[in-house]
Design a protein around this ligand. Structure first.
Ligand code: HEM
Length: 123
């Protein structure tokens, strides 16, 4: 499966999770998980879809190890961030280190994307 399709499929999956969380928050009138909902939707659905669309538009950018690593960093980072952010919001201090690590993972994914863009700035 192409890298762009992997990004788009995982984006849609994160979007389903994020929107379902929004629907549940609305139904229960409990908005304490709003930051988790916002991060899943924006780092999962929106950011991953943007990466996927760019790799579909410029397939040469998807070649090589950097772009593959970027996929794992962005997805694994959010996979760690969503539950650890939820735990921190519920008052758990023990989840803080995982949250900080996940922040640097998703940030690292964007840095890699910038590097890949820069390497292909003339395409
Ligand atoms: C079925 C779709 C969605 C539902 C039912 C939904 C529902 C909600 C609810 C109930 C809140 C809390 C409002 C409050 O605190 O008063 C919220 C906040 C928010 N939502 Fe959504 N949402 C949906 C989709 C999205 C999408 C697609 C995005 C972004 C791409 C998004 C981004 C946000 C943001 C940024 C906040 C504010 C978070 C905060 O203040 O901490 N939502 N949403």
């Amino acid at each position: 499966m192409s890298l762009s399709m992997r990004f788009l499929l995982t984006a849609a999956l994160w979007g389903i999770i994020g929107m379902l969380l929004g629907i549940i928050m609305g139904a229960k009138q409990d908005f304490s998980m709003s930051p988790v909902h916002a991060h899943i939707n924006l780092l999962g659905w929106v950011s991953l879809a943007i990466y996927g669309i760019v790799y579909r538009l410029y397939p040469v950018m998807a070649e090589g190890r950097l772009a593959g690593s970027q996929f794992y960093l962005a997805n694994l980072g959010l996979l760690i961030m969503a539950p650890s952010l939820a735990m921190v919001l519920k008052g758990s201090k023990s989840a803080l280190p995982a949250l900080v690590i996940s922040e640097f993972m998703v940030f690292g994914a964007l840095l890699l994307f910038l590097l890949i863009l820069w390497k292909h700035r003339n395409v």
